[in-house]
Design a binder for this molecule. Structure first.
Ligand code: F6R
Length: 255
């Protein structure tokens, strides 16, 4: 696990985008594993800039996203399909037919999870998987549990997630209560993994992920077992690890 220091969110975004850009340049038909949430927004912005400058060509790339709310159609502005279109896909020259995301409208959870695992396998696997990390150590929607979930599966959202999402919906009954997510095995089968973390709120979990025991109680800790993981985190997100194990961090400015 390599852990790279970034001075702030912009630096983090540039570094993460450069790593993804290198992948796209070296393998123009690569498979990009993508994430939603606030962490990757800056990274996507830098990738869009790279495309606009003519440095990056996504025309042969394929993409597979981590997760999607169950019950939300693609055109709902809270769906992850909508997020990806608005924040990345519509700004670059990726072929939308080559983008993959679990179908939140497939009510048959078992069939949808099987279909998605097969779709990712049919792409030949993910070359580089971008991840954010939840405050509780979740990756995708793989929440702390007694064991690591393997393939794509349907999860019940925690009440706190449902409550937090309520503000985005006109009616309470429209708030999704479940999601489809790639499992830990699917994520771990990516050739490279790039996890980004920003802000003080992530400092404790970044330290537990990188320097704590590997346990399904901190799902991201499983990344310690992958042989090609890069973490890019900003100063705030590294503040606890900096105290406990500064030798793990590359590019730390001299005090
Ligand atoms: C998003 C996802 C989640 C987020 C995580 C961090 O597709 O799967 O695991 O990466 O919740 O979210 P932010 O970046 O909003 O802090």
């Amino acid at each position: 696990m390599r852990i790279l220091y970034a001075s702030d969110y912009n630096d983090l975004s540039r570094k993460a985008a450069n790593i993804i850009a290198a992948q796209v340049i070296l393998k123009p038909d690569c498979v990009l594993g993508l994430a939603t949430g606030s962490s990757p927004l800056g990274t996507y912005k830098c990738l869009i800039e790279g495309y606009e400058k003519g440095d990056l060509d996504f025309s042969r790339c394929k993409a597979a996203n981590l997760d999607e709310y169950r019950g939300l159609p693609k055109d709902n502005d809270q769906s992850y399909a909508y997020f990806m279109y608005e924040n990345l896909f519509k700004h670059i020259n990726i072929d939308m037919a080559n983008t993959n995301i679990p179908d939140g409208m497939n009510a048959d959870a078992e069939a949808e999870c099987k279909r998605y695992d097969e779709a990712v396998r049919a792409l030949g696997g993910v070359d580089i998987q971008l991840l954010g990390i939840g405050h509780n150590g979740h990756i995708g929607f793989n929440e702390p549990a007694d064991e690591f979930p393997k393939g794509t599966h349907c999860v019940d959202l925690t009440q706190s997630t449902i409550d937090a999402n309520t503000r985005f919906f006109a009616r309470k009954e429209d708030v999704p209560t479940q999601a489809y997510t790639m499992g830990i095995q699917t994520i771990m089968s990516a050739k490279k993994i790039l996890l980004i973390a920003s802000g003080e709120g992530k400092a404790d979990i970044v330290c537990r992920m990188a320097a704590g025991p590997v346990t399904p109680n901190v799902p991201a800790s499983v990344l310690q077992l992958h042989n090609d993981v890069t973490i890019v985190a900003d100063k705030e997100a590294l503040s606890v690890l900096m105290e406990k194990a500064p030798e793990m961090i590359e590019g730390l400015p001299k005090a």
